[in-house]
Ligand binder design. Structure first.
Ligand SMILES: [Zn+2]
Length: 424
């Protein structure tokens, strides 16, 4: 994203100690970042939006200077940090977080009627913690979240305990798999858990107590989805998966690492709701374990997650992926053809045509190489690049390597041209 991130250093681990006061939408935090210099550093820059830094320590001591300008927090060390050196930045901050504006609208921290969500894709992470906001700088995370008693706090990864302190409760979570900053999240609300486990994965669906029965029914197929996708895409990449259903209605479901967020309006057995449950789950492989290095490659997330919807339809006895593909090809052929899948630009990053054309591209590859080679390719893709960053070229190269079909022949005009190629 323009004006986000600093490529001169990398963050290995974020420790976030946060206290949330819901009635005033107040956040106070201490963020401890374990970093590595990738170049000699005379200064380094973090992203933080609207929140005020009151104290900053570099390896336990005051830096020469730190300053905030716009959404950038610049730190000047007392002496140059040599390339390869590990160092720690501890930042004490507070404020009233707001969603952060960006080229695709607002993202990040958002108040609900009775709680809050964080939905940072693609640029909203700085709305709640100081970060090196680049999708290619993955780190592990530990969260301590203190909220008023009566509320539950949920974050990425595994819950490792909660403790009451007076009128508040502190919840702990740990994400031990590397995670991009935009996929970090906290959710606060009056939630109860529904739990199950499948294929060694702990599944938890959090919802308001009054919605328990409806949510249990709507999410009943989620374990079967985990099973089907683990077979088709390779082992589920994390130890846990959680879905949070808010009491509020939400325009769209939201994706975070090992966690997805759904509005109460999406609690339904209809295909229109089921496809989204499958879509968000598929992002755990395509988007969270394998994360784009550059936002122009967003089809590697959305095209794959959209194709996963069609695969779930096929798996669950509904329409075949081929039928979905034909329907969407017919629809796209009637729409303007001015979008390049491999570089859509900021305005069309989340355009529905990108989702569908991405899925059609995969279907075209499947038709060309056959089911066996196609699913072997998907599994090799998720295995080779597990928990790391990817580009479109990585996928094309792997497809070429495994299928022994030239990339240009395999992908044809799907990736780099605007006109819609025939679906053969
Ligand atoms: Zn998606």
């Amino acid at each position: 994203m323009p004006r986000h991130g600093d490529s001169t250093f990398s963050v290995r681990h974020y420790d976030l100690e946060l206290t949330v006061v819901l009635v005033t939408n107040a956040l106070s935090g201490v963020a401890t970042l374990s970093c590595t210099a990738l170049e000699d550093l005379d200064d380094l820059t973090l992203d933080l939006y609207r929140l005020r830094v009151t104290k900053l320590r570099l390896d336990g001591a005051s830096p020469a200077k730190f300053s905030q300008r716009g959404a950038r927090l610049t730190v000047r060390p007392r002496r140059t940090i040599a390339a390869g050196t590990e160092f720690t930045v501890e930042i004490t901050y507070h404020g009233s977080p707001r969603p952060m504006p960006g080229p695709d609208g607002e993202a990040g921290w958002e108040e609900l009627a009775d709680g809050l969500i964080v939905a940072s894709q693609p640029h909203g992470a700085p709305s709640w913690f100081p970060c090196n906001d680049r999708p290619d700088d993955k780190a592990t995370y530990a969260f301590g979240i203190t909220v008023p008693q009566g509320y539950t706090a949920i974050a990425n990864g595994r819950g490792t305990g909660s403790k009451r302190r007076g009128s508040t409760v502190r919840y702990e979570f740990a994400e031990s798999s590397p995670m991009a900053s935009y996929l970090a999240t906290i959710q606060v609300g009056r939630y109860v858990p529904l739990t199950s486990d499948v294929a060694g994965v702990d599944l938890t669906t959090w919802c308001p107590p009054g919605r328990k029965a409806a949510v249990a029914e709507a999410f009943a197929d989620q374990p079967a989805m985990v099973e089907a996708f683990s077979r088709l895409f390779g082992a589920y990449p994390f130890a846990t998966y959680a879905a949070v259903v808010t009491d509020d209605e939400l325009e769209i479901p939201l994706e975070a690492q090992s966690l997805s967020i759904f509005g109460s309006n999406l609690v339904d057995r209809d295909w229109s709701a089921q496809r989204l449950i499958a879509h968000e789950l598929a992002h755990q492989w395509f988007g969270n374990s394998l994360t784009l290095r550059h936002w122009r490659d967003i089809w590697l997330h959305e095209g794959f997650a959209c194709y996963a919807e069609w695969l779930w339809s096929e798996e669950s006895g509904g329409r075949t992926a081929a039928a979905h593909a034909q329907e969407q090809w017919d629809r796209l052929s009637e729409l303007p053809q001015d979008l390049v899948l491999s570089d859509p630009g900021p305005d069309d990053m989340f355009d529905d045509r990108l989702y569908k054309r991405g899925a059609l591209t995969l279907h075209a590859v499947r038709l060309r190489v056959g089911d066996e080679a196609f699913f072997a390719l998907l599994r090799a893709w998720t295995e080779r690049y597990r928990h790391s960053g990817v580009t479109t070229d990585d996928f094309v190269s792997l497809a070429q390597e495994l299928t022994e079909v030239d990339g240009a022949e395999l992908f044809g005009a799907w990736l780099d041209e605007t006109a819609l190629p025939p679906l053969t």
